[in-house]
Design a protein. Structure first.
Length: 321
């Protein structure tokens, strides 16, 4: 894709989001939610194929990211708030429902939208991020067990720490984050150190282009966006993990709408085994696993991801050209 759609400023839920729109206005709406540390640009390679297939593609910079509003307080990034941003965006665009598509944090948000605003969610596509049951303990306990006190999500709880590590080194940061993944067979031997992102980045001195999955021109887009927005907004999502866990107590996690799960076998953050819960939670779910793919699926295997999504969408949610 050579052209990324120009942004439109849209007010929703007390903030203004920067939103990229493509495809026929009468097409089946698809709402694509990015993760951390990304922006709407992460869907660059999906927008044109989906729009050309007749879908109305809606791709926001989430609150706290890119050119969207970036409130500074942690309370502005709870799950209820993030879901309301998306349903408010549908309201502003005149859509009753959409298929919600999410990667990484965007995946967490769209699965929660399917629980908290199910009347607005026609279907869900999780890219790397599965739908999970509510654990018996707060998430912070699981992160401690997985990576110890230097697990990046635990270090993110320290306000100002990660921001201070990343800010001013934006170009290095994205060369570091978008590194080529280890193989699936190597992953188990890399814990807990592989989860220590801020600590590892403090020691990072660069890597060759053949070991980075996103090219230099695309990384420049990310780096410039974060030089403008800063890192605090996105990191504030992580500071609500335990609060969101408390919020979801008593909420029915079972879903009835059509769901598609696309896993990547070399994703250390979200390995395919996490999707094992989904048949018990999702009445109507299909699975695909991309081999030799790490966390940055939309960049690592864009064509295969597009084929999988369009095959499922064409069957379950025709574009209605």
């Amino acid at each position: 894709m050579t052209d990324f759609p120009a942004p439109t400023r849209i007010e929703t839920n007390g903030v203004t989001l920067s939103v990229h729109l493509a495809g026929p206005e009468t097409g089946q709406p698809l709402l694509l939610a990015h993760g951390w540390p990304e922006i709407a640009y992460s869907w660059k390679n999906q927008i044109e194929p989906l729009a050309n297939a007749g879908y109305r593609v809606i791709v926001p910079d989430l609150r706290g990211f890119g050119a969207s509003d970036c409130p500074t307080d942690v309370d502005s990034y709870t799950m209820d708030t993030m879901v309301s941003d998306l349903t408010g965006l549908l309201d502003a665009l005149g859509h009753e429902t959409a298929v919600f598509v999410g990667h990484d944090w965007g995946g967490i948000i769209v699965w929660h939208a399917a629980m908290l605003a199910k009347e607005r969610v026609a279907g869900v596509i999780g890219v790397n991020t599965p739908h999970l049951p509510r654990g018996s303990e707060p998430p912070s306990a699981a992160f401690m067990a997985m990576g110890g006190p230097d697990h990046y999500i635990l270090r993110f709880q320290e306000q100002g720490y990660a921001e201070g590590v990343f800010t001013g080194r934006e170009d290095d940061f994205f060369a570091f984050m978008f590194g080529r993944p280890p193989t699936a067979d190597e992953l188990d031997g890399l814990y807990p150190g592989i989860t220590h992102i801020p600590k590892l980045f403090e020691e990072f001195t660069g890597r060759s282009e053949d070991r980075i999955v996103v090219g230099p021109e695309d990384r420049k887009v990310y780096a410039e966006a974060y030089r403008q927005s800063g890192f605090a907004g996105g990191i504030n999502l992580y500071r609500n993990f335990d609060r969101n866990w408390e919020r979801m107590g008593g909420v029915d996690h079972r879903l009835t709408m059509p769901c598609l799960m696309v896993s990547a076998d070399a994703d250390f953050m979200l390995p395919p085994k996490l999707a094992a819960w989904m048949p018990a939670l999702c009445r109507d779910v299909e699975f695909n696993t991309l081999e030799g793919c790490g966390h940055w699926t939309m960049w690592e295997q864009p064509d295969m991801l597009n084929v999988i999504m369009l095959e499922w969408l064409t069957r379950r949610f025709p574009a209605r050209k």
